[in-house]
Unconditional design. Structure first.
Length: 228
């Protein structure tokens, strides 16, 4: 496992749980708003996997779970074996993913290795290409990943980071139709940081985010603003 970052204790990355967050290197997207550009571009030195495991072993009484994030974790060749090690230690495991690798997700679900999954939904499916920084986007794979989570009954959330340059009423209306019937969508506030690829992007103001939430609520059971 290529682990390029670790947050040793987090109270916010796994709902109602105290967790550690591991950031794996590399991604098949280059989203301009990504705040982990150094992780995506692999500019950091990789941690020793055994040292990570030793730390987690020593914190089993303090932590409830481990979040495997990125970058895009499903690109990691040893992801399944690594999560098996986490589960054998008794940890709950949350996966943060862009959803483009449904085959790996199915493998993890078949082995009952995931307790919670968060999929980043960048935009409505017609406009995905405009926000991911790559030309070819496996939208069908993302749809399949969402379907798999429903079929396996694993707790999950969908989340969209709102960017003023990429989100407007028209594509939010399309997003509402794309996610029709979903149980929950978090609308996250964009925060400019040193790690963002494009430093010229702007947040969606709270009033507009609230309007977007109303639009989405017509099709999605619960829409929650996060960070506002």
């Amino acid at each position: 496992m290529e682990i390029l970052g670790i947050e040793k204790v987090s109270m916010v990355d796994y709902k109602d749980k105290i967790c550690a967050v591991l950031f794996t290197g590399g991604c098949n997207f280059r989203c301009p708003f990504c705040h982990n550009s150094g992780i995506v571009e692999k500019v950091y030195q990789s941690y020793n996997e055994n040292e990570i495991i030793e730390y987690l072993e020593s914190r089993k009484k303090l932590l409830d779970g481990v979040v495997v994030s990125g970058g895009e974790p499903t690109l990691q060749r040893d992801l399944t074996l690594f999560i098996e090690r986490l589960k054998n230690m008794g940890y709950l495991v949350k996966l943060d993913t862009n959803g483009t690798n449904p085959d790996k997700l199915k493998e993890l679900l078949d082995k009952k290795l995931l307790d919670y999954v968060a999929i980043d939904i960048k935009n409505n499916f017609d406009d995905y290409y405009s926000i991911c920084g790559v030309k070819n986007v496996n939208v069908d794979g993302i749809k399949k990943s969402i379907k798999l989570l429903k079929e396996y009954g694993v707790d999950y959330e969908l989340r969209t980071t709102l960017i003023d340059e990429y989100h407007n009423r028209e594509n939010i209306e399309k997003l509402a139709k794309d996610l029709d019937g979903e149980k929950i969508l978090y609308l996250q506030k964009f925060k400019l940081s040193d790690g963002v690829f494009n430093k010229n992007l702007h947040e969606v103001k709270k009033e507009e985010a609230e309007e977007f939430a109303k639009i989405l609520s017509a099709n999605i059971k619960e829409v929650v603003l996060r960070g506002y």
